[in-house]
Design a protein. Sequence first.
Length: 123
Amino acid sequence: MYLEIDFNSDEAFYVQICNQIIIGIATSRLQEGDALPSVRQLAGEIGINMHTVNKAYSLLKQEGYIRLDRRCGAIVAVDINKRKAMEELKRELLLILAKGSCRNITCGEVHALIDEIYAEYGE
């Protein structure tokens, strides 16, 4: 697995790791049951603290994207809870769409952007 950390970004490293793993799952580069590198291995590859990777893995587990197993490590295991996911997505979209509306982005433009993004995920 290849992750790229932007050391100049204002976004925390653990957030960058989480986001890239989630995108990897969405684009099918990571499949259900795939093993992720160990905390120590990934921290060494990226050149960051092990606690940062551990925080990312813990958050991904909490959000239902991976499961942690003492014997196997971190495994992609997407929690299929569509109702919960839809509620979370709605909460996040409320602010994003409000920002877009303040900048005169139309509903049609938002739909076109969503279609463009989903095309990358094979939808």
